[in-house]
Write a protein that binds this ligand. Structure first.
Ligand code: NAD
Length: 282
């Protein structure tokens, strides 16, 4: 059986582990936080149950999916993995340390992928002695439902690594789209300035969050308003991405909205903290 290690059990990590396990991969979900591992497993349990109730997967597959997931507080989980997908906190220093460790621990031939939303894959690759095997595997939130995987090619990512990663994404039932490494890639370079602009509208009193989201849903046919989407993504993640765009592209054009900075400083991170532009009670 193919084996994957998923590093980080938060919003994205648990979804990524779920999807691999559902497609037959022996999966180890690792995190430095015991609470994150427990929450991650609980979320996977709920999501698998929901899929089973909807009839999207059989009872047997639901049980097999959960049976294929183990958890670990250590990166040693990468020791016999053929693929590692890193989905830890969006912070370059954290990711650089993780990749240095993974390079030491994982088998020489293993592909080390990052789910980063915006950090340079080429820079991540520099922390390792296998830059040809480093790639961006950018899943979308919620992972079990969203078809896209943005495949991000660093300067030294080999054609073989790209081909294998594309194949794996397809095997997971996803649709891979290849892009080159640049701040925010394509997805967040286009999406995040829109979310940031929506936050400026609230900040400047142009409209309430509800009104901003209504305009974009009813007028632009977006399934979710930008502020509800920001809450789903996590406001801390949105702020981190804006800062990467700002540092990498243009300081003024990509300036984070002051309200976004303020909300993150106040711990209002969106769904995961129970409060963002909206209040969440479950
Ligand atoms: P999150 O805050 O929900 O979870 C991050 C997890 O990483 C936490 O559980 C934390 O304990 C863990 N962590 C921190 N340092 C670690 C370490 N050294 N080793 C192992 N685990 C560690 O974040 P998230 O929203 O799941 O984002 C994870 C990654 O996915 C980020 O790179 C983010 O940019 C990217 N991403 C997020 C979204 C989204 O919608 N939230 C979408 C696509 C990509």
């Amino acid at each position: 059986m193919s084996k994957v290690a998923v590093v980080g059990a938060g919003t994205m990590g648990n979804g990524i582990a779920h999807v691999f396990a559902q497609h037959g991969w022996e999966t180890v979900l690792s995190d430095v936080s015991e609470a994150a591992l427990a929450n991650g497993l609980a979320t996977i349990g709920k999501n698998v149950e929901r899929l089973e109730k909807k009839g999207a997967i059989s009872r047997q597959l639901a049980a097999d999916t959960l049976g294929r997931i183990k958890t670990s507080k250590s990166l040693d989980a990468a020791k016999d993995a053929e693929l590692v997908v890193e989905a830890a906190t969006e912070n370059p220093d954290i990711k650089f340390d993780i990749f240095e460790d993974l390079d030491r621990l994982a088998p020489k031939g293993a592909i080390l992928a990052s789910n980063t939303s915006s950090i340079s894959i080429t820079e991540i690759a520099k922390q390792t002695r296998r830059p040809d095997r480093i790639i961006g595997m950018h899943f979308m939130n919620p992972v079990p439902l969203m078809p896209l995987v943005e495949i991000v090619k660093g300067k030294e990512t080999s054609a073989d690594t790209v081909a294998k990663t594309v194949e794996i994404a397809k095997q997971l039932g996803k649709i891979p789209v290849e892009v080159n490494d640049a701040p925010g890639f394509v997805s967040n370079r286009v999406l995040m300035p829109m979310i940031n602009e929506a936050i400026f509208c609230v900040d400047e009193g142009v409209a309430t969050p509800e009104a901003v989201d209504q305009v974009m849903k009813l007028g632009m046919n977006h399934p979710l308003g930008p502020l509800a989407l920001a809450d789903l993504i996590g406001l801390d993640v949105c702020l981190a991405i804006m800062k990467v765009l700002q540092d990498g592209l243009d300081a003024q054009k990509y300036r984070p909205a002051p309200l976004l900075e303020k909300m993150v400083a106040n711990g209002q991170l969106g769904r995961k903290s129970g409060q963002g532009f909206y209040v969440y009670r479950d």
